[in-house]
Design a protein around this ligand. Sequence first.
Ligand code: NAD
Length: 496
Amino acid sequence: MKLDDPFALQVLMQAEEETQGWKMMIGGEWVDSRSGNRMASLNPAYDEEICTVPAANVEDVALAVEAGKAAFPAWSLLHVEERARYCRQFAQLVRARARELGMLDAIDSGNPWLPMIDDAKKGASLHDFFAGLGMELKGQTIPTPGGGLDYTRPQPFGVVGRIIPFNHPISFAAGKIAPALVAGNTVVLKPADQTPLSALWMGKLVQECFPPGVVNIVSGEGPLCGAALASHKDVRRLAFTGSVETGRAITRAAGITSLSLELGGKNPLIIYPDVDIDKAAAAAVAGMNFSVSQGQSCGSNSRVFVHSKIRAAFTEAVLARVANIGIGLPQLESTQMGPVISRRHYDRVMAYIASGTEEGARLLHGGGHAPGGVLRDGYFIDITIFDNVRHGMRIEREEIFGPVMGILSWDDEAAMLREVNDSDYGLCANIWTNDIATALRMADAVEAGYVWINGHGGKRFRGAPFGGFKDSGIGSEHSIEELIGYTRTKNVNIAY
Ligand code: NAD
């Protein structure tokens, strides 16, 4: 193995041992796939296999759903504060292992280690957050004619299917199960094909904390394992985070199932000429999430609409900032940006970069493999900045999900707004101006589910609902809406 970092190797050994040779957590037990099929997990920094994990099929998913069903009656009958107590304890266990879990993500996903420690803690903090909201699972009383009493009760669905993508493995694996659990559901979690390791290891913490079957974790390929979960008749609530394309497949497979979708984005950052240029440039760079996930973030501001008056100075400030981002091996503390997730994704991002040049955008930075001998074998792409991007180019229209930022310039606000909104996506938008009326007017006008004014996409706030408009999804996360979304409403009418 090319990976020679002592702590990384120790983490791998410990995780392999504690998962009994990389098994799945079903009904509180470590189990292999029934078929014995396994699939490889790769280290994107070296293009080499780390280990193999179970490749679950329909039968394995059915077992996990069965385990969730068996655990559901007792779990859902616990008082919500008791479920909250379990979740808070789980948060503690994840936090205590944050360095190790973060390292596993660095090895498996290529994201740099230090931000992945934070990611583990962010996942844990969602358990504390939703635990605190638990008592808000209240119903209503409804006035009815002729006396009597009419009231509603939010009730859990049963087994929730939770399918997550590769870009924040432990943060999503740990955090995205929290609202479903607090609301009284049990869960079957499926991590991304490329990054199953931290979720499988989390199985150890699940085993330590929750009653058997409350949280089940299956690894496998999307079109087999994920599709089996999405189409399982006893999964009545499905939550998916991933691409629009898979979101569509899941919608078809799920049938009559309550569904929430957190999908892709092609997020605009709009800059007016009255801003502090250096601060706006800092926000543009931070909002690309180069230093957390190589720009592989749904919230990245990959379309920057900057006023023509300040374009030159803004571009210069962006270039000065990206020059300071250290690309390196993800397991090292000094690394700020690592490789993209896979060879396939590397080729896809490179094809977008080629299309940008072909369609007439001007390449200002990057555009190829990141320099440096130790980065030779991995999927490292240099930070790529395009100027002279025009509306309608592929790099302006399609989600690249990599370290590629496109700068467009504008003079006419109405024309700029038309271009901003002429997108199938509608996840986030970011507006930079010091004019409060302009900021609020534009916040109303942009078609996006989450808007920052003078902020950036790296900043999300607990309790603030995060979710997309248009093809970017259905539903909102990290908020009371999400917790309630894991319940269905029962109405009860009593005649006196
Ligand atoms: P993806 O859609 O390829 O895969 C996501 C998950 O779906 C994986 O677990 C995969 O195994 C599974 N899957 C694949 N095919 C399936 C099928 N037919 N049935 C059921 N499950 C299936 O996405 P990805 O490449 O892992 O992640 C990148 C995408 O996720 C980007 O579009 C990004 O914008 C989006 N994303 C959105 C948010 C958000 O909050 N809106 C957050 C992170 C990522």
